[in-house]
Ligand binder design. Structure first.
Ligand SMILES: O=C(O)CCC(=O)C(=O)O
Length: 258
């Protein structure tokens, strides 16, 4: 039986986001929380040289972020971003849950193989976190746009610790800055949209997830609390997508799936 109703899909199409509710039970949540901390501390049995890792900025300013490069950068919980988490069996199992398959089949068609463009830890370490400016998720080096992201809270995501904010319905304007390599919009563009629609804070409990249309304008603030805001963000795309630099992507559902 489908877990997402036609009414919910209509809401998603209108608003560009959909609360998926609790998607991890206590045991699964605890296991992922523990595993991501092990990955940050360098004690997980993974090939870190195959993983993109980035420490957080110390100023909260986007332009001050250290580069995101392959390999472990020291045992600390102050990572901002870690990609290639499909290499970890626990995160990979989560990516293949039936709910994710149902979402991908609805969006891309049930005969279309689906790959992950990125399986990414996004963190706002306690007392840190970097302000993420308004943007759409799109990448100009792909021959077609990945359409969806499932964003899962591994800690409570609140206004105070930098939950994701969205401008509901903004995905319906299409790509705002098609020439930008990764979907950032200008201050004038975001101000224009914010004059017409109030931003919505997507506060979630740990273990809850939200489905996001990749063209929905979103941003997130710094973390002013003593609680980290750990999250797992997976962008699912049509596995036929071709990357201009020839990079292969892991297939998650359908022919060729890992
Ligand atoms: O986690 C965040 O603060 C933002 C995440 C984001 O932009 C994404 O998952 O596409």
């Amino acid at each position: 039986m489908n877990q997402i109703s036609p009414t919910q899909w209509t809401q998603y199409e209108e608003q560009g986001y959909l609360h998926l509710g609790r998607v991890l039970d206590d045991q699964e949540l605890h296991a992922l929380q523990q595993r991501i901390d092990e990955i940050m501390l360098g004690t997980a049995p993974l090939d870190y040289d195959r993983m993109l890792m980035q420490l957080d900025s110390t100023t909260g300013d986007y332009k001050d972020m250290p580069p995101q490069t392959n390999g472990h950068k020291g045992a600390t919980l102050n990572y901002r971003k870690i990609q290639d988490l499909e290499l970890d069996p626990l995160f990979f199992a989560y990516m293949q849950k039936p709910l994710m398959q149902e979402i991908c089949a609805h969006v891309y068609g049930d005969q279309t193989p689906v790959a992950s463009f990125r399986a990414m830890f996004m963190n706002k370490p306690a007392g840190f976190g970097t302000l993420l400016p308004w943007h759409q998720d799109r990448w100009s080096h792909l021959d077609r746009d990945p359409l969806i992201t499932v964003w899962t809270a591994l800690d409570p995501a609140t206004i105070a610790n930098g939950c994701v904010k969205v401008i509901p319905g903004s995905h319906r304007n299409g790509l705002l800055n098609p020439d930008h390599p990764s979907g950032f919009v200008t201050a004038e563009q975001s101000a224009h949209f914010l004059r017409h629609a109030a931003p919505l804070d997507l506060e979630l409990d740990a273990g809850e997830a939200v489905l996001l249309h990749n063209w929905l304008l979103h941003s997130s603030d710094t973390n002013r609390t003593t609680i980290a805001r750990r999250a797992f963000s997976v962008c699912y795309m049509d596995a036929n997508t071709v990357c201009r630099n020839g990079q292969p992507y892991p297939v998650i559902f359908g022919a060729g799936a890992l």
